[in-house]
Design a binder for this molecule. Structure first.
Ligand code: FES
Length: 71
């Protein structure tokens, strides 16, 4: 069983469970507070707290494209 699990949330963020390090563009670490629910990384591009999800995907009604829709 891997130490890190990444879950693609439907029409939402990536949920990361397990010990990870998140770095800024300059390589400096971003404090990620341990939370049993993990951390959530934005997939929609609308978050004001990137790379983290701030719930903007719900407010905007963002829907993910499926590979069948984009093919
Ligand atoms: S996925 Fe939640 S704000 Fe982008």
């Amino acid at each position: 069983m891997p130490d890190v699990k990444v879950i693609v949330r439907p029409d939402g963020p990536l949920q990361i469970l397990g010990p990870i390090l998140v770095e800024n563009l300059d390589g400096s670490p971003i404090d990620v507070v341990g939370d049993p629910k993990g951390i959530f990384l934005c997939r929609c591009g609308r978050s004001t707290q990137k790379p983290f999800c701030d719930g903007s995907h719900k407010r905007s009604g963002w829907k993910e494209s499926t590979s069948q829709e984009t093919a």
